[in-house]
Design a protein around this ligand. Sequence first.
Ligand code: ATP
Length: 333
Amino acid sequence: MTSAIRPVPGSVTVRVPAKVNLQLAVGPPREDGYHPLVTVFHAVSLFDEVTVTTADRTSLKIAGEDAAAVPVDRSNLAWKAASALVKATGLRGSAVCIEIRKRIPVAAGLAGGSADAAATLVACNELWQTGLTQRELMVIAAGLGSDVPFALIGGTAVGRGRGEHLTPALAAGSYHWALAFGHQGLPTAQVYATIDRLRAARAARAAGPATRPAHAASAGTPPPGEPELSHPLMTALRSGDPARVGPLLSNDLQPAALSMQPELRRTLAAGREHGALGAVVSGSGPTCAFLASDAAHAREIAVAMTGAGVCRTVARATGPAPGAVVVRDGQLA
Ligand code: ATP
């Protein structure tokens, strides 16, 4: 990678999308605690914007959706991204003011923090003229978090491992979504812990009434299998027909999100009642994603969901959206 290139003055703005998971298959935790995943990421037109400006010392400002819930210190993923780029390139003495305009709700299963990290990588790479390729940025991104590499490329892609090993998916057409945001976020780690507990309890039940979860494996109850890609979903995506894609949306974390926020059942049911072709919790939730047949239908679902009072607010979005892109003079570069 490039080393010790001098930063140029000025500022750079990058627009970056949220994601929904069209499929999220979660295996049992590995020894290192991570759950192996197979997921189909789909970037949607709900964007954060990150501006980096040359400064004497690094700082971070946040405005917009849920701004108060986001740290403004080194623990912010965007700050970590700038530091990781400095480390990877050997650039010394560089500092930036990072300004994040959030539209992606926080802790919502839409990977907003990861999106900001990806945007910061692209913005600093441009500001500092570090000249890293997207492939090189992807390596740094994977070290920051499992969802960060996808925010760099956007579109629709299959993620494996922890989600960071990506293969672009052959998906035709565009998809119209209504996204229902919850009143409270769901911490991703707790959602994974809950799915492990629910699965252990289910295994114990299957093994017999007197068997506790810890004994389930020795009682011969099979653990959840390795996650597998849904080939019917991939075929449906190639057809470009939302009516085929809708019923195939799936999320292994949904039972955990529903047990932590039971009111999400009503949200999903309301979307289905209003004709959504598919209804699924996105990622670790609590955002519920409803697939519509076209833009007008997405508007109808959004209006109906707002009227039903089963969520905090509703946004419309289309996918697939591009990944992190530099904005120049208000235009995407
Ligand atoms: P995940 O990518 O794990 O599915 P999520 O999309 O549900 O996460 P995020 O919006 O990324 O949730 O926020 C998760 C946590 O990360 C929040 O508790 C927040 O405090 C922290 N965080 C750190 N940096 C950021 C950032 N730039 N934007 C949003 N959250 C951030």
